[in-house]
Write a new protein. Structure first.
Length: 245
């Protein structure tokens, strides 16, 4: 049944996950554009959920767990043996780690420059990567949040989307463009720089996935990028405020 309705399956999975996020991101950008210059505004990732630590922790963990349900649904719809087919089976850990780290380096450094340039040109809002504050659970939650984002985005926007659109007979160029535009669109809450940077990242990651048929390097790269953004950059800024903007 799944093979006969790949388009519907894709729309339904996107409707409860990143497609929904794209719609909210467009609304958020429209709101920001009608408020003030973008570079005078801030968007907070991983915001505090409650002013009471226990409930904040519970809600943080729930906000990480529930978005993974559509990921499990996408994997289920792709059928038995899916982890091996998409290269998320851990059979080549050195390859996945090595290529993932190279991807993170190659994407992260230019991406950081693009972000600061876009903010300076009033094309992007400022991004605060954590609103949790100095709670004891902040770092573990941010690590889990980075892992959630890596799994959610790469499984759905790369593996599942490529699989479902391929089953519909789409040409690879159209699949590549769709994946990149989708990835950029749900980052529009950051501004136009966030859209462009993530769309370019989407092109690179789909090409890497097509070349080696493994999602592992993409998940590693995404996890490292988000981990540096969520944990590393704020820590570096606190320790070396004169070196980092």
């Amino acid at each position: 049944m799944g093979a006969r309705r790949p388009g519907l399956e894709l729309l339904l999975v996107l409707g409860v996950s990143l497609g929904q996020s794209a719609v909210w991101a467009i609304v958020s950008l429209a709101d920001s554009l009608t408020r003030a210059p973008l570079n005078q505004q801030t968007q907070t990732l991983n915001p505090q959920q409650s002013d009471r630590a226990l409930f904040d922790l519970i809600e943080q963990l729930l906000s990480i767990a529930f978005p993974l349900v559509p990921v499990l649904l996408a994997l289920h719809l792709m059928g038995p043996g899916v982890l091996r087919r998409i290269g998320l089976d851990g059979r080549r850990p050195r390859f996945d780690l090595g290529v993932g780290l190279l991807l993170a380096l190659g994407i992260g450094v230019p991406g950081l420059g693009l972000y600061f340039g876009a903010v300076a040109l009033n094309l992007n809002v400022n991004i605060d990567t954590s609103g949790i504050g100095p709670q004891w659970y902040a770092v573990p939650v941010l690590v889990l949040s980075a892992l959630r984002a890596a799994l959610q985005e790469e499984v759905i926007v790369v593996a599942f989307l490529v699989d479902r659109l391929g089953a519909k007979g789409w040409r690879f160029g159209a699949v590549l463009a769709t994946s990149a535009l989708l990835r950029g669109s749900y980052h529009l809450y950051q501004g136009f720089g966030g859209f462009v940077g993530n769309a370019i990242m989407g092109v690179v990651l789909v090409l890497v996935y097509r070349r080696w048929g493994r999602l592992g390097p993409l998940v590693v790269a995404h996890f490292v990028l988000d981990l540096v953004s969520f944990v590393g950059y704020p820590l570096g800024k606190a320790l070396f405020p004169s070196l980092l903007p």
